[in-house]
Ligand binder design. Structure first.
Ligand code: C2E
Ligand code: MG
Ligand code: MG
Length: 712
């Protein structure tokens, strides 16, 4: 975990180091200052000592010179050179005396204390000579390392000459040096003591600073760092990092405890939010987000591990119908029951580990893996077994507010790593496979295969192209004649939708009507078909032998039936075309009617009240139940083509067809046979009293114009 580069501790150490440095600097300055002043003191002392010594030397010199002058007064008066010499030599023998000169009033040298008196009679010619000769009293002067003291020699007021003694100052310098040596030694000792004190002071300060750093580190930096680390961990979503316990009774202790409480509360909120964000509110299952995370995690773990995984994408068939007809509460109830069933089935599936999620709406997803105890089990086989079980179990009737409801489920299966390498791809392919299960007739399962991609693409293109096809004039109606079996008189026609695709040409209705149905486009195309069929039929004239003009039978999709707008659409089409209601027949599939019996029954009753005939199309392919026909009142039923095809070969089909005709007639229902392709079929149907027939043997679907000509 990254720490700030210039942390609290470094800052604090920096500040203390700076303070220490300043203190040391002040100490050094102080020490320097002391050194300087010690030097000044010793210099001043030396100076005053020198003055003092020189003064004393001069006084001593002057006293000695005066004594000598007094002693020389008589010898000089009598000019007794021997006595002068004796006195001078005695003086010269004194310590420090460099020279002794006795001179006359004119300054000529009379004696210098030497034996031969080499300078005798010579005048004194040094710089002091003139002053000395003129002086009336003692005279002292310093000349370099010499002190020159002189005094005139007098008897009474008469001046006889003078005497001069030169003292060497070296002795004095030595004395001075000796004295100064002692002084300096003492000053140095004081300096050393001062230095020692200063160093001690510095050391004490440094120790205090170190102690302060350690204290700050322990009391402030460490706990704050730990809090920082914990905060960063929490920021990263890890709530398990321990927050240091603190028994401290200060602000920081309070902060640490508050922080721990805050962490707990954030963790709690996080858990709550995750629960809400990751689960489906209705069923309590994982939602898309949670599932996606789980899938990503599992795929990462499985990558390269050689293990397989299956994704089952389940979508309830026609779930919208439940919502539309029974209300959303019933829809929720269905979802809950389905979720329960899926969980139960997945949980009870031996040898597999599964996770169930709801993707919103009526989509459920199952992630399936071979269990650890059954390693090596083929996931494909497992998925197949599970998918079959799901289709079977969800297909069991469901009790909803005291009513039995039948549901189907379409399941797409995609395998990892065979069908996809990543989560998104896996989910997309599962979706594609599910879609193919729907296309294949729903209530079944399909495994994903590469060819499905093309199928899906084709289908999506078709959906795209179909949009607006009616407005572009690509859709039209063909009419297939329907004859009365008894006398083969043309009595009506079935309107069949045709799509002329600008590039692909004619598209099979079975294909594009399925697309229109699934995409919901049939809800806009259906009313147009009704309108055009009625308008064109209104133009038809009565053919020979028929008492009235032919009827038109219009196919109505289950979706139109459910939309609740059908009655209004039919009335509008009739009003617009002026077609008599009796000439309009509506073809509905059995399944459309059965799936919502109550609603359909009411609607059909109102249609029939309005005079429109209602036929059941494709009779025999769905849940054909004759008791059903009693409840749902219809005017006719069209026996499905599949029965007619085998009529000549299969005695069962013949028996069934005969039974349907007989039973329908007993209820006053007209029977139409569709898909008559052979004369034999027609004759057989005529023998069995089938009312109406339709098929290629009698007539192909033709354009509106061609059909109008047929009537002529
Ligand atoms: P359907 O209502 O059962 O229509 C009869 C289908 O059987 C028509 O196919 C017709 O051409 C075909 N057929 C008629 N006689 C014979 C025969 O002797 N042999 C064979 N093999 N087939 C014959 P088509 O036109 O391809 O329509 C297929 C289905 O599309 C229709 O089945 C109907 O369910 C649906 N359909 C057609 N037009 C419309 C429409 O305008 N609205 C709706 N909702 N569905 C339509
Ligand atoms: Mg039909
Ligand atoms: Mg049919």
């Amino acid at each position: 975990m990254k720490r700030p580069a210039w942390g609290l501790q470094s800052k604090f150490i920096g500040a203390i180091a700076l303070m220490l440095a300043i203190v040391v600097l002040v100490m050094v300055l102080l020490w320097n200052r002391q050194q300087a002043s010690r030097h000044e003191v010793s210099e001043a002392t030396r100076e005053s000592m020198r003055v003092l010594l020189a003064d004393r030397m001069r006084q001593d010199g002057e006293a000695e010179v005066r004594q000598l002058a007094d002693a020389l007064a008589n010898p000089l008066y009598y000019f007794d050179l021997d006595a002068i010499g004796a006195r001078a030599r005695a003086a010269l023998r004194e310590s420090d005396v460099e020279y002794v000169l006795v001179y006359d009033t004119q300054g000529r040298i009379l004696h210098d204390g030497s034996g031969d008196i080499a300078a005798y009679g010579q005048p004194m010619s040094d710089a002091l000579a003139a002053d000395i000769i003129a002086a009336r009293g003692p005279h002292a002067r310093t000349l370099g390392q010499l002190l020159d003291v002189s005094s005139p020699v007098m008897i009474g007021d008469q001046r006889l000459g003078g005497v001069r003694i030169g003292y060497s100052l070296a002795g004095m310098a030595m004395a001075e040096n000796a004295a100064m040596g002692g002084l300096r030694a003492r000053i140095d000792a004081v300096g050393r003591r001062d230095l020692a004190w200063l160093l001690l002071l510095c050391a004490a300060l440094a120790t205090i600073a170190l102690a302060a750093v350690a204290l700050v580190q322990r009391l402030l930096v460490q706990p704050i760092r730990m809090l920082g680390d914990a905060a960063r961990a929490i920021e990263g979503g890890d709530f398990s990092t321990p927050v240091p316990e603190s028994a401290r009774n200060d602000e920081l202790g309070d902060l640490v405890r508050t922080f721990a409480r805050m962490r707990d509360s954030v963790a709690r909120h996080d858990r709550d939010i995750r629960r809400v964000a990751y689960s489906d509110a209705l069923t309590g299952l994982s939602n898309r987000l949670a599932f996606r995370e789980l899938l990503d995690k599992r795929l990462r773990e499985l990558q390269g591990a050689g293990r397989q995984l299956a994704l089952l994408f389940a979508d309830i068939d026609d779930f919208k119908r439940i919502n539309d007809t029974l209300g959303h509460e019933a829809g929720d109830e269905v979802l809950l029951q389905v979720a329960g069933r899926i969980e139960r089935i997945v949980g009870g599936h031996a040898g597999a580990e599964g996770c169930v999620a709801r993707f919103g709406g009526d989509e459920f997803v199952v992630l399936l893996e071979a269990g650890h105890d059954s390693a090596g089990t083929d996931v494909r086989a497992l998925a197949k077994r599970l998918a079959e079980a799901l289709v079977r179990e969800i297909g069991q009737p469901m009790l909803l507010h005291g009513r039995q409801v039948f549901l189907g489920v379409s399941i797409g299966v995609a395998l990892f790593p065979d069908d996809a390498e990543g989560a998104s791809m896996l989910m997309k392919n599962g979706d594609i496979a599910m879609y193919q299960a729907k296309v294949a007739g729903k209530n079944c399962h399909r495994f994903y295969s590469r060819s499905m991609d093309q199928a899906v693409e084709r289908r999506m293109r078709m959906e795209h192209d179909l949009r607006g096809a009616w407005e572009r004039g690509e859709l039209s109606l063909a009419y297939q004649p329907i004859y009365r079996t008894r006398d083969r008189v043309l009595v009506g026609a079935e309107a069949l939708l045709r799509w002329q695709h600008p590039e692909d040409g004619a598209v099979a209705p079975a294909v594009f009507i399925e697309v229109a149905e699934q995409s919901g486009m049939i809800e806009s195309i259906g009313p147009e078909v009704l309108r055009v069929a009625c308008r064109e039929a209104a133009q038809w004239r009565t053919p020979d032998g028929a008492g009235e003009p032919p009827f038109v039978a219009v196919n109505v999709s289950p979706r139109q039936l459910r939309s609740g707008d059908l009655l209004h659409q039919i009335q509008a089409a009739l009003l617009d075309s002026g077609l008599s209601p009796a000439r309009l027949h509506v073809e509905l599939t059995e399944t459309a009617v059965i799936s919502d019996e109550a609603h359909a029954t009411a609607l059909l009753a109102r249609l029939r009240e309005a005079g429109v005939r209602v036929w059941l199309d494709d009779f025999g392919t769905g849940y054909s139940s004759l008791s059903h026909l009693r409840r749902v009142q219809v005017d006719g039923l069209k026996i499905d083509r599949s029965f007619i095809t085998d009529l000549l070969r299969d005695p069962d089909d013949l028996a069934l067809t005969s039974a349907i005709v007989a039973m329908a007639h007993s209820m006053g229902i007209t029977v139409v046979a569709e898909g008559v392709e052979k004369q034999g079929q027609f004759e057989l149907l005529r023998d069995r009293d089938c009312d109406l027939v339709q098929g290629y043997w009698l007539g192909y679907p033709v354009s509106a114009d061609a059909f109008a000509r047929l009537l002529d």
